[in-house]
Write a protein that binds this ligand. Sequence first.
Ligand SMILES: Nc1ncnc2c1ncn2[C@@H]1O[C@H](COP(=O)(O)OP(=O)(O)OP(=O)(O)O)[C@@H](O)[C@H]1O
Ligand SMILES: [Mg+2]
Length: 237
Amino acid sequence: MLEIRDITIRFGGLTAVNQVNFQMQANEVVGLVGPNGAGKTTLFNAISGLVRPSSGQITFQGRDILKMPQYQRARLGIGRSFQIPQPMHELTVRENLIVAQRFGTGTVDPEKLEELLQLMSLDRKAHAAAAKDLALTELKALEVAKALATEPQMLLLDEVLAGLEVNGKALFMKLLKTIQQSRGIGILIIEHDIETIMRLCDRVCVLDFGQLIADGKPDTVFKLPEVIRSYTGEAHA
Ligand SMILES: Nc1ncnc2c1ncn2[C@@H]1O[C@H](COP(=O)(O)OP(=O)(O)OP(=O)(O)O)[C@@H](O)[C@H]1O
Ligand SMILES: [Mg+2]
């Protein structure tokens, strides 16, 4: 469904993503890990259309998406969340979802919005102001709800579980599994916590200094010496 071929992304003299090759199908839950600054968010930005790669190809559902604007990629089925939640602060929770739905589908479907508010346990906060009245867990739920409102085939989640306390995290993980299975979508999730990846993902990819250094089953990948080195920071010494 998503195919990334030889993608390189440079910012001036810095190579943030270096010749990455990656493919994933619907129904997969794939973890994307790696140290700070490894290029994870930059790769998401390239897939969703925020950043233009210096070279390489990205296809989604067999179509070359590299020249498509963000909304067109969203309408093809690429949904994403942001590492730092980015609600429209002046709008209510519900209004934020309306904007996301229009962006991703071109129309507003009030029924689906209500379902989504309930699914993400945001129904009682529907008329709350996004910025002022939400706790961190709710902001994260809104961030995921916004991505879901675009009706994605593939959901890119950037550290949506980070910073949540243990119970909140477990609930959120369960919810993601349910969503993935009931909608039959693919999830690519950036997450630092190894235990979370082990529980959530069938497959994990490791970026280190912009390079994809491992791709496979979590219990195999986390035993690889180069991955352990990358995690413990020795590679950075
Ligand atoms: N717009 C930009 N302009 C210049 N440099 C950038 C830009 N975006 C990212 N970078 C740099 O590219 C590198 C990769 O950043 P990125 O945000 O993708 O890392 P990350 O793996 O998501 O890290 P973290 O785990 O801290 O979120 C970093 O060195 C970062 O400073
Ligand atoms: Mg990041």
